[in-house]
Ligand binder design. Sequence first.
Ligand code: ADP
Ligand code: MG
Length: 252
Amino acid sequence: MTKIIIKTEKLCKTFSSGGIQQHVLKNLDISLFEGDFTIIMGSSGSGKSTLLYAMSGMDKPTLGEIDFAGKSLSQLNNDQLAVFRRNNCGFVFQQIYLLDNMSVLDNVLASGLLVNKKKSELVQKAKELLMQVGINDNAWSKFPTQLSGGEAQRVGIVRALINNPRIVFADEPTGALNSASSESVLDVLTNVNQNGQSLVMVTHDMKTALRGNRILYLRDGVICGDLQLGGYSEQNNLERHEKLQHFLAEMG
Ligand code: ADP
Ligand code: MG
């Protein structure tokens, strides 16, 4: 049986401003499974990023529970939550958010050092991961502004992986990249998943979504579609493409 890694129960997120309440996530009961590459789709403003922030412990829900591999996140105080998040969750942002005044290698190490690892081991691991995503030693001392968008995002992925998280969240990671860079970033993420790490990625691009094995469709803060797509491979993609096309047509 597949193990559940994250389970939300009646998850709600409400934003208030100027006396007006906006219910962005509405009573969501979602189970995410270990080893899955889950895709979250839905139109702009439907609550995808809000959901990702809540499930990864970056932002607290207004109501409801999040159980992360048997641990209830609402039981943790802010410090415990920060530690828990660093040890278990990686996060990749559309805007990448590398620190411009630090080298590629230091950007990666900065996340790792927060977790009290030995620096020598960490440097070794950072270099191995950078090599795996095609960032070779001649780029390690460069600054983020000297990288292409695709290279920068691959560094962003390495930063998310440095603490060997059980799950990696990616919010439109290719949203700001050209198509060649997008492919290289998606290949890296696909590889991460094929090595056993769980992934949750937000996208509104169908080709990007085809990298996942399950699609959740969010509309106005409610999950209105849940498609089992099967795992990605270049051979079975035509069939999966048709299945996804049909699903998205139904979602409107
Ligand atoms: P998506 O990622 O699907 O485009 P978001 O989750 O970013 O949607 O946003 C969903 C809704 O929640 C939007 O209407 C947005 O304006 C609102 N929202 C998101 N974050 C905040 C916030 N920090 N404060 C107030 N409103 C927010
Ligand atoms: Mg968003």
